[in-house]
Design a protein around this ligand. Structure first.
Ligand SMILES: *Cc1c(COP(=O)(O)O)cnc(C)c1O
Length: 391
């Protein structure tokens, strides 16, 4: 796909919309449709043969959906995109579409937990062998290939532990062996990691997170190159997992402000992470954008920015102290998901879900998502929280 001459902040304002189609209205409206009426029996016949030139049925993507898809494909530089009802569907549909019984898949050990569960329960049931690999394996992944290895699944930085993967090295090996590379790019978004330029074949996103940006929509998007797209499109159509028009409207709406939100959230996250790292209660901050942090050099080489989700490892503390810290926070709330305008914190236990690697941390781990609040207020909230640790 042709590279846009415009900067990301400009592109998010203009991708995936064509006001002249909607009486000049700036945004593609929410287009609710199941039945599409045909004018003639000839049209019905064309539709039945899959040759109708227009939209034949709502499930195949009304304009709000196809505009969101076009926006995401253009933004990321993929061939085409498919919108699905959740980020989890965005990670699982490619696994289901691109793997056959008897195939082998390599999955990063720091993969999003529910994606891992899908692999363990459902890929295994369908006769696909799953091997988890050290997220930091790099070109060493070659040693894990088998003759039937068809796909490598990456997620960088990793869920909960934020390892930065050497994606170009992994992709080079995978392509030499004839395997495809799928990456969960939810953390960086299309703005901060140029997946296709680094050798990814399919980039998937929980648009629920930064793209939606307001904690009010569940949405996923699968962006693919021309090699992988036809199989993805076939399964997406046959499973009937089109995202809803209302949700794609929110996805498009979120996209318009993605660049400014990320810029602000990145700056605030850096401020808070830097402050946290200097605190005596903190053993380590897992934020690849932070100079000296694990993965910083690879992040600097491959990413053009950082979002605002990071990890914190505390020094050993009592469970009651940790509860006092977290339960008493005023601005940070505890909840799953991230990428919204509001800051979140949640205790996490990465060691529980590992199989290829072990995760040792001296004390409790937290995952922090920095929102759009003033970072000074956030720091003050955390400072009062850390003071409660010893209670
Ligand atoms: C949240 C998340 C998903 C799933 O998104 P949902 O919309 O909640 O299903 C996928 N991948 C990663 C890395 C996530 O954090």
């Amino acid at each position: 796909m042709r590279r846009s001459p415009y900067q990301p902040a400009t592109r998010v304002a203009h991708v995936g919309r064509s006001p002249q189609r909607w009486l000049g209205a700036v945004n593609t409206p929410v287009f609710r449709a199941s039945t599409i009426q045909f004018a003639t029996t000839h049209d019905v016949e064309l539709a039945e043969n899959g040759q109708y030139p227009g939209l034949a049925y709502g499930l195949h993507g009304v304009p709000t959906v196809t505009d969101f898809q076009a926006a995401m494909a253009e933004l990321e530089g993929g061939h085409a995109a498919l919108a699905v009802p959740s980020g989890l569907a965005a990670t699982t549909v490619p696994l289901l579409a691109l793997l056959d019984p008897g195939d082998h898949v390599l999955v990063t050990d720091a993969v999003y937990g529910p994606t891992r569960r899908f692999c363990n329960l459902h890929l295994a049931r369908l006769g696909v062998e799953v091997t988890y690999y050290d997220p930091l394996v790099g070109a060493g992944i070659g040693a894990l290939f088998r003759p039937n290895t068809k796909l490598v699944f990456c997620e960088s930085p990793g869920s909960l532990t934020f390892e930065v993967q050497d994606i170009p090295a992994i992709a080079r090996v995978a392509h030499e062996r004839g395997a495809l590379v799928v990456a969960d790019n939810s953390w960086a978004t299309a703005l901060y990691f140029r997946a296709f330029e680094h050798g990814i074949d399919v980039s998937v996103h929980a648009a629920t997170k930064y793209i939606g940006g307001h904690s009010d929509v569940l949405l996923g998007v699968i962006v693919a190159n021309a090699t992988a797209y036809p199989r993805l499109f076939r399964l997406w159509t046959d499973l009937g997992v089109t995202a809803a028009a209302d949700d794609c409207f929110l996805g498009l709406r979120g996209l318009r402000t993605l660049a400014v939100r990320l810029e602000r959230q990145q700056a605030s996250a850096m401020t808070v992470a830097t402050w946290l790292r200097a605190r005596p209660e903190v053993a380590e901050v897992l934020y690849p954008a932070l100079p000296g942090a694990r993965g910083h050099e690879l992040w600097k080489r491959d990413f053009t920015g950082a979002s605002s989700l990071f990890g914190v490892i505390l020094h050993p503390t009592s469970a009651s102290g940790l509860a006092a810290m977290l339960d008493g926070l005023d601005l940070f709330s505890m909840g799953f998901s991230w990428g919204g305008y509001e800051s979140l914190v949640i205790p996490v236990q990465p060691a529980r879900v590992r199989s290829a690697t072990t995760w040792d941390a001296p004390g409790p781990c937290l995952r922090i998502a920095i929102g759009l609040e003033d970072p000074a207020d956030l720091i003050a909230d955390l400072e009062r929280g850390l003071a409660r640790l010893g209670t």
